[in-house]
Design a protein around this ligand. Structure first.
Ligand code: AMP
Length: 406
């Protein structure tokens, strides 16, 4: 069940439930890369919350739990603003149990802190990226980390597409399993890849065509329809000979975009592009907006969001579908005046969920749109790892999973 169906190499991954961990030291890679306020408080604890089932499972199993994570980009040395200490306080609140914060993730003091935990005790170690060996996947650093545990659990879904010491290095030294969060993510993506209830619609947006080409090609083998919005849609429109004014364009991807449209046509997959746009002369919050009369954008304007007709027509597609995968905003949603399209997609997805569709959302920006709309809890599944979920959907074997496979 925990095997991504499309990966023909069929990774055999151990699950947490199969392990007896009483009294064992368990090193758990989590993703506590959370936003912090200037005052050093956790601003959004979603990622921490998501790992609670795994941590509670281990507490109940009587393990001694050593949590490791990265936070931000501290460039291989300690930097106070990237300390994980605030995350320990947030986790304590969520668990209703004490969490010891350990100021380094390797070394004798760290090892002692873990071994002196009581069974069921939890320690959070300081930021992995305070050591250059983490991102460099240095075997010595991986070995030092592995000394914290008798067993390894990978629950950082957002990090498993990266080959770092805490994802691919540690499993060389410790037996390991996937945690409950990774398991859940794989199960939902498996549903999309494997046997979706039809019609199956993909809603793809965001700025970069290049990032999404692989996944678009793969999805075209599975979906009944795809709608493309956001900045990347303009390259597709230009490839169709539509004027896009000064909108975002990846010139070197015009042929690839055309290739996607042609593949969709050959596969009888509907490929829908925006029919109108919100456009401005300059990208700024107070810019005067114009709604285009149709697909074309006048030469002096920049497309910043899908227009009202497109909202309606994309909404109809969502309402018709039984499985919907959404990744990427429909416009520059960070600016209130250009967020309507993305918010409308979020609302349509929520409505579809209520009517029984399976709705899966991946990617930090789409999750931010959902949070903005207050609809985060209205989806069937929100994926915590944008990059990892896209790579899985592309059929890539993720290094962090391959390393754990037996
Ligand atoms: P990506 O990382 O490729 O998924 O892109 C996400 C970013 O796309 C967000 O920060 C949006 O502001 C941006 N975006 C969406 N629509 C547009 C657009 N029409 N023009 C420029 N950027 C856009």
């Amino acid at each position: 069940m925990a095997e991504p169906a499309d990966n023909k190499s069929a990774l055999k991954l151990k699950r947490l439930q199969e392990m007896t961990l009483k009294g064992k030291r368990v090193l758990v890679r989590v993703d506590f890369n959370v936003p912090l306020s200037k005052a050093g408080k956790v601003e959004d604890d979603t990622r921490i919350k998501e790992t609670v089932p795994t941590i509670k499972h281990l507490m109940e199993a009587g393990a001694k739990i050593a949590l490791v994570s990265h936070l931000g980009r501290p460039k291989g040395k300690p930097e106070a603003k990237y300390s994980l200490k605030p995350a320990a306080a947030a986790l304590e609140k969520l668990l209703g149990a004490p969490v010891a914060f350990v100021p380094d993730c390797v070394g004798a003091a760290a090892e002692k802190a873990v071994s002196s935990l009581k069974p069921g005790g939890v320690a959070l170690m300081e930021n992995l990226r305070f050591h250059a060996g983490e991102e460099a996947n240095d075997p010595d650093f991986a070995k030092a980390l592995s000394k914290l545990g008798d067993f390894f659990v990978q629950d950082a879904f957002g990090a498993i597409h990266r080959a770092h010491a805490s994802t691919v290095g540690v499993p060389k030294f410790l037996p390991g399993a996937i945690g409950l969060l990774v398991q859940r993510e794989l199960e939902f993506l498996d549903r999309v890849i494997g046997n979706p209830t039809r019609p199956f619609l993909a809603v793809i947006g965001g700025a970069k065509v290049s990032d999404k080409l692989g996944v678009l090609h793969k999805l075209l083998d599975r979906v009944d329809a795809v709608v493309i919005g956001g900045g990347m849609a303009y390259t597709f429109l230009q490839a169709q000979g539509v004027s896009i004014g000064k909108s975002l364009l990846e010139k070197d991807k015009l042929q690839d975009a055309q290739g996607v449209v042609e593949k969709a046509y050959a596969k009888k997959v509907e490929c829908l592009l925006p029919a109108d746009h919100v456009a401005v002369r300059e990208i700024k919050a107070e810019a005067q907006t114009t709604v285009t009369q149709g697909m074309a954008i006048p030469p002096e304007l920049i497309g910043v969001d899908i227009g009202p007709h497109t909202i309606e027509f994309f909404g109809e597609q969502i309402a018709k579908a039984k499985t919907i995968f959404w990744n990427g905003p429909m416009g520059i949603f960070e600016i209130e005046a250009f967020a309507k399209g993305s918010l409308a997609i979020a609302a349509a997805m929520a409505e579809a969920t209520q009517k029984g569709a399976v709705t899966i959302v991946g990617g930090g920006d789409s999750l931010a749109v959902l949070a903005k709309a207050g609809l985060s809890d209205q989806m069937t599944h929100c994926s915590t790892g944008g990059g990892a979920s896209l790579e899985l959907l592309e059929g890539k074997i993720l290094p962090g999973l391959a390393a754990l496979a037996s």
